[in-house]
Ligand binder design. Sequence first.
Ligand code: DQA
Length: 147
Amino acid sequence: MKLLVLNGPNLNMLGIREPQIYGAQTYRDLEAFIQGICDAEGIDVQIAQTNHEGELVDLIQSAYQNADGIVINPAAYTHTSVAILDAVKAVALPAVEVHLSDVSKRESFRQISYVREACCATFAGYGFDGYRLAILHLKKMIEQDGE
Ligand code: DQA
């Protein structure tokens, strides 16, 4: 099983940006956390981060016929990007949305998620653990699909 884990703008600043919201751990720590889970679960994973919307679209498209599922934290593009929604719909892969913070309890503009429409689940407010929940959810779905 191969998964693509995608992270959007400013997540490379984890550990520095608003630690009261996003925590003290760095993006490198997040990568290691995700890699550790995937290694333990026997999942081949590609982890990527970009600050650019078009690059997120390219990365989503690269998963077509190349990955079994996508975990995506589009960060601020969650709340603005129809292009990312369309890309996830286009590749027609199971996708799970993740947010470190609980976006439902923050500013009203964060209550809107375009990508959610193309996702089978959302985990928000669990910090790094949201990625573990998303990966395990996707793994179960993909395994059930293959039966
Ligand atoms: C975020 C929440 C978004 O609203 C914000 O723009 C981010 C990070 C999160 O992981 O909590 O950059 O996606």
